[in-house]
Design a protein around this ligand. Structure first.
Ligand code: C2E
Ligand code: MG
Ligand code: MG
Length: 686
């Protein structure tokens, strides 16, 4: 047995605080660390009574740890090891050992070990881990850790939710192939293998994920190599961000920017891209390209008569028909309104382009069923070839436009190739437009008058005023050339006003010198009806200021005007009636006539178009048509003027058919005022 000093020495050298209790819990011996552990008021701790010692100790333990403190002697305790926190903030681990001598419990040996450092480190680690988990599970992005075989080690809540599982731990051991399609699973596994092989992360990878139900999502992910604490590469981990919504909006915006909403066809912008692609492909293939421009003929009339919804319906159907005529590599775009552009690739010859154009024209000629209505349109196409006619899409579109214009002037419903001659013609057109600007101020315009003869009596007290332009270099230019030009840039409004005043002055003179019943017709362009300056009320004021009644003047309009439902046009047509100015429907039978409109607008005269008069002979269809028109007019209280009478036979047939008036070379060409006077005087003498 060693002496107590020896024993004291042993326990004092121990870093723990040690106390040895007897069976009555009295302190037998304790070390210096034990004394230091408890703050005592003066009396050494081992000298206190049990109760005082316990009270002292309890007072120095943190509140929550107090119930762990009591020690029951001699009883086997399940838990002989506790951790306490002291009020000082230090942490102690208490171990209780039975003190047994010769198999008999004689007391307890209690160790208190300062574990403050370990404990703080643990707590910091736990805190970090909790933060990590809170972050992982609250973040809307998807986080995963995988082993070297691409099996999940851990996923976060967000990814679990995407996989349709409540508990993220259910994913452990599975792979992407268990959630996506096998193909997608194989792709991600390959990416991860690459990371495992190179140790390099994959940053900002855009992935289209395909799910077993066929749906698709998009994400951007960053995947990194996962190392364990020994620095060994054990797998991968990554974070992915779902950008499906973003992608959808992006696609929608792209779609809206590049496609026509009505027909779903590419728009002008996408056409440019496609053209660039086609050009690049051409440089490889060496085969020609075609750029076609197509315009639907008379579409505006359908829109006006059947309404915009039907017009839209027709455009959709027409675009499908066009598409059906093309090969897989060709494309068609809607440029706006009723205008389409078509890119043809790999043209082995120009015939391929004309074959396709012919097919399109034929397809458009088929009837269109629009609800309960059946409508007909045709298409006019202009064809350009690249590289012959150019490579620049703007140049080609301009050339195609010239070729299309050519088709229109040839009677529409067909196609024309661009030619150099067309280009010169178009340049002439541009020059004429700029020259036309000076025509009025420089006095290059004048009116001629064509007699309108009463067929039954031969009397002439009507005339149509027709405009003439004598170009300083080119000489006379036909109105069928310059009127459309004047309309194309609005000059017609000013010119039309001049025509009206000029004709009114002539009328005033002739009412005095020729006949008080004299009536003059002037042609009024639809464009003038859009403009309020040319309103019938103003015209009436002018006529009255000259002492003329409204009824002295006749305004010739075209059928298409009646289909225009715009306010200005409607207003002007109504005013026409109010002012007494008479209305004549010019070129009747050439447009898209809706007979109901004739009644609605109180038309005074119908002018049968020259094309019907030209082929007139006994028993002809044209004669039947003319008679029908005359019959109809009579019943509706209108009078009929036949235009373009060139032969006596035509005149006789029309007279016999009951036509009221005739106009044409048979009687006289359009005449200068002096010649007209001479003609009218000779007639009235006869
Ligand atoms: P329009 O109003 O139908 O005029 C009749 C056209 O037929 C005139 O052509 C006239 O010269 C021509 N014509 C008359 N009799 C015969 C004939 O027996 N045989 C043939 N082959 N032709 C005949 P023009 O003067 O060349 O005028 C062409 C068109 O230009 C006119 O057709 C009219 O739409 C337009 N126009 C003429 N003057 C004016 C005007 O002052 N203002 C507007 N807006 N348009 C005008
Ligand atoms: Mg006319
Ligand atoms: Mg006419």
């Amino acid at each position: 047995m060693h002496n107590p000093a020896f024993l004291q020495g042993v326990i004092d050298s121990n870093p723990d605080a040690i106390v040895v209790l007897d069976s009555q819990n009295h302190v037998l011996i304790c070390n210096q660390n034990y004394r230091n552990l408890w703050e005592t008021p003066g009396t050494p701790i081992e000298s206190l009574t049990n109760e005082a010692r316990w009270a002292l100790q309890l007072s120095q333990l943190s509140e929550s740890d107090k119930d762990k403190f009591p020690v029951v002697f001699g009883q086997e305790r399940a838990q002989r090891h506790h951790i306490f926190r002291l009020k000082t903030g230090s942490w102690y681990e208490r171990h209780i050992y039975d003190h047994v001598i010769n198999g008999k419990h004689v007391g307890l040996v209690i160790h208190w070990r300062d574990i403050t450092e370990v404990q703080e480190a643990n707590r910091a680690a736990t805190y970090e881990r909790e933060l990590m988990h809170a972050l992982m599970d609250s973040i809307p992005d998807q986080i995963f850790f995988k082993d070297s075989e691409s099996r999940f080690l851990r996923i976060n809540q967000s990814l679990a939710k995407r996989y349709g599982i409540d508990d993220p731990s259910l994913a452990v051991g599975k792979t992407d192939a268990d959630f996506y399609t096998p193909e997608h699973g194989a792709k991600t596994a390959a990416d991860e293998r690459q990371i495992m092989e190179t140790g390099e992360p994959l940053v900002g990878v855009l992935d289209r994920e395909v799910w077993p139900d066929g749906s698709m999502t998009w994400n951007v992910s960053t995947k990194m190599p996962l190392y364990n604490s020994e620095g060994k590469l054990i797998g991968t981990y990554g974070i992915a961000h779902d950008i499906t919504e973003h992608k959808k909006t992006e696609q929608l915006i792209w779609h809206q920017a590049n496609f026509d909403a009505l027909t779903g066809l590419p728009n002008r912008r996408l056409l440019r891209d496609r053209w660039d692609q086609a050009l690049r492909a051409r440089h490889r293939s060496g085969l020609d390209l075609g750029l076609l421009l197509l315009d639907l003929d008379h579409f505006k009339e359908i829109n006006d008569s059947l309404g915009h919804a039907m017009g839209d319906n027709l455009l959709v159907q027409a675009s499908q028909r066009i598409r059906n005529c093309l090969r897989a590599t060709d494309s068609v775009a809607r440029l706006g309104g009723d205008e389409f552009a078509i890119i043809l690739t790999d043209l082995h010859s120009a015939e391929v382009a004309s074959d396709i154009a012919r097919k399109i024209v034929a397809a458009l000629n088929q009837s269109f069923h629009l609800g309960s209505e059946v409508a007909y349109v045709s298409g006019s196409i202009g064809i350009t070839l690249s590289p012959q006619d150019g490579e620049d899409i703007d140049v080609l579109l301009k050339h195609a436009d010239q070729a299309m214009y050519q088709t229109k002037s040839r009677g529409r419903n067909g196609y024309s190739f661009f030619t150099l001659e067309l280009q010169t013609r178009s340049q002439t057109r541009q020059r004429l437009i700029s020259d036309l600007r000076r025509a009025l101020p420089e006095g290059q315009l004048h009116l001629v008058y064509q007699p309108i003869v009463e067929l039954a009596t031969g009397r002439v007290d009507k005339a149509e005023a027709l405009l003439r332009w004598t170009h300083p270099q080119l000489g006379p230019v036909s109105p069928s050339v310059f009127i459309p030009l004047a309309e194309s840039n609005g000059f017609i409004v000013e010119i039309g006003e001049w025509v009206f005043r000029q004709a009114a002055a002539q009328l005033q003179a002739w009412r005095r010198t020729l006949s008080p019943q004299m009536q003059v017709s002037i042609n009024k362009s639809p464009l003038q009806f859009q403009n309020l300056h040319a309103s019938p009320r103003k015209w009436l004021q002018h006529l009255e200021s000259m002492g003329l009644p409204g009824s002295a003047m006749v305004v010739e309009i075209t059928e298409s005007l009646l289909l225009d439902h715009s306010d200005q046009v409607q207003q002007q047509l109504a005013q026409m009636r109010e002012t007494g100015i008479q209305v004549s429907l010019d070129d009747f039978g050439t447009g898209y006539s809706a007979l109901s409109y004739l009644q609605r607008y109180d038309i005074d005269f119908l002018k049968i178009d020259q094309s019907f008069v030209r082929g007139l002979h006994a028993g002809s269809r044209n004669l039947a048509l003319c008679k029908a028109i005359i019959q109809l007019s009579r019943e509706m209280g209108m009078q009929v003027v036949a235009e373009g009478i060139e032969t006596q036979a035509q005149c006789d047939l029309l007279t016999a058919g009951g036509c009221d008036f005739g106009q044409g070379y048979l009687f006289a060409k359009p005449l200068l005022p002096a010649d007209f006077e001479a003609f009218a005087r000779a007639r009235s003498r006869a």
